[in-house]
Design a protein around this ligand. Structure first.
Ligand code: UD1
Ligand code: BG6
Length: 371
């Protein structure tokens, strides 16, 4: 039931304040009689000790689920101190890459039925790793066949392009990082700031959804373009990949997410006054590096669209010539949850304006159950 919305994708983008609320429900505790702020993931509590002792955590997934894991990787590394590596399921299988008994392999899948991810799970089980599932679908193959896991509880997702599952996956993996990471005095302030940030998320997302009209205007401007580049780094490298994937899969426009640190090693050659180039430059430890990326793109007459934190428009826009998308700021590791929303809206409006099928893009399926 689409309610008052025209498409499921639109509905699912706009219901993210609610889906994020159900994702965190009962899992974060603070205030009241319980003074300490803590995380409780029922599905993992008996396995946390083993996970903490693992030599490596390997994230495995496809498409949007892979991107969500990539967004959560930095915070998991920071809080756990355990090396975290990334695997696209099909690539792990193509290489028959090493998986060890001492590994924790985390399988991320909205549907829990993706054939590549399932085969990678079989492979990791054979190799003796502890297998953890992060899925939206209770009783799915991944939920059944993993040793333990967490349901993201985002509610059914109908649109082929994943939106609300992406943001809920990131939140679950941030909670996973909190659950695995030790509760030491030195990281207490950081942990509490992240937990407070998760509680603030639904309101921040509600706020960023107000950019809907502005993203529609931007879509109108980009309607006839051939391509869109999206530069991100750090926490928001994943946002650039996921934003580009949304534009590609539903609006049927070429789009590429680019690690900004690699700009000079190739992509800069593409930049000219016609190619739209979106740079994610919200406040975090990479901000000044992104400011310099913007300067360099501007010096080459790049057609700039900059996403920045509220109040930063003047400091990110050289000569006042670029389009600016201002988003509310929150704890750096949760910023990807807010930053993806305008890009989801952009992809949605581009698709409608270009006259394509929003909920069932040509050639794609919600759940890819064959290899
Ligand atoms: C569970 C209940 C929830 C209830 C809550 C009360 C289910 C599905 N969830 O939620 O309805 O409100 O207790 O405390 O009944 N699992 C996997 N692989 C996966 C995902 C999950 O093995 O990919 C396992 C978990 O290890 C766990 C079980 O499935 O044993 C349920 O996981 P989850 O729903 O995340 O647990 P709770 O949040 O505790
Ligand atoms: C398909 C979907 O390609 O599978 C994508 O069209 C999705 O939206 C990908 O990200 C992975 O699916 P899942 O269910 O494993 O997260």
């Amino acid at each position: 039931n689409k309610g008052s919305y025209k498409h499921y994708m639109q509905k699912e983008i706009h219901e993210q304040p609610e889906s994020l609320t159900t994702t965190m429900r009962g899992r974060l505790l603070r205030g009241g009689s319980c003074k300490a702020k803590t995380v409780l993931l029922g599905g993992l509590k008996d396995h946390l000790k083993t996970i903490r002792q693992s030599r490596r955590i390997v994230f495995i997934g496809c498409g949007t689920s892979y991107n969500a894991a990539l967004a959560a990787r930095p915070i998991l590394e920071e809080l756990s101190g355990i090396p975290v590596t990334m695997e696209i399921a099909s690539d792990l299988l193509d290489r028959q890459g090493p998986i060890y008994r001492e590994d924790t392999a985390v399988f991320v899948s909205q549907s829990g039925e993706t054939a590549d991810t399932l085969s990678a799970l079989e492979y990791a089980l054979e190799n003796g790793a502890l297998c953890v599932g992060i899925t939206n679908t209770v009783d799915s193959a991944i939920a059944r066949n993993t040793h333990c896991g967490v349901h993201i509880n985002a509610g059914a997702e109908i649109g082929v392009a994943s939106t609300k599952a992406y943001t809920s996956q990131i939140v679950v993996m941030a909670m996973l990082a909190l659950a695995i990471g030790g509760d030491t005095i030195s990281n207490q302030a950081r942990r509490e700031a992240i937990i407070d940030g998760v509680f603030e998320l639904p309101n921040k997302v509600r706020e960023v959804l107000k950019l809907d009209g502005m993203m529609k205007d931007l879509a109108q401007e980009l309607i006839a373009e051939q391509s869109l580049l999206v530069f991100g780094r750090g926490y928001n490298y994943a946002t650039s990949l996921e934003g580009a994937l949304k534009v590609k899969e539903v609006a049927l426009m070429h789009s590429e997410g680019i690690l900004a640190g690699e700009m000079k090693h190739g992509p800069l050659a593409l930049v000219d006054e016609t190619l739209p180039t979106l740079v994610i430059a919200t406040r975090d430890a990479c901000f000044s590096k992104q400011q310099s990326v913007i300067q360099q793109l501007h010096a080459r007459k790049g057609r700039l669209i900059v996403m920045c934190s509220k109040g930063d428009a003047a400091s990110v826009c050289p000569g006042g010539t670029c389009r600016v998308i201002e988003v509310p700021q929150l704890e750096d590791c949760l910023q990807p949850v807010v930053n993806i929303v305008p890009l989801q809206l952009l992809a949605y409006h581009l698709t409608v304006l270009r006259g394509f099928n929003v909920d069932q893009p040509r050639n794609l399926a919600k759940s890819v159950t064959t290899q």
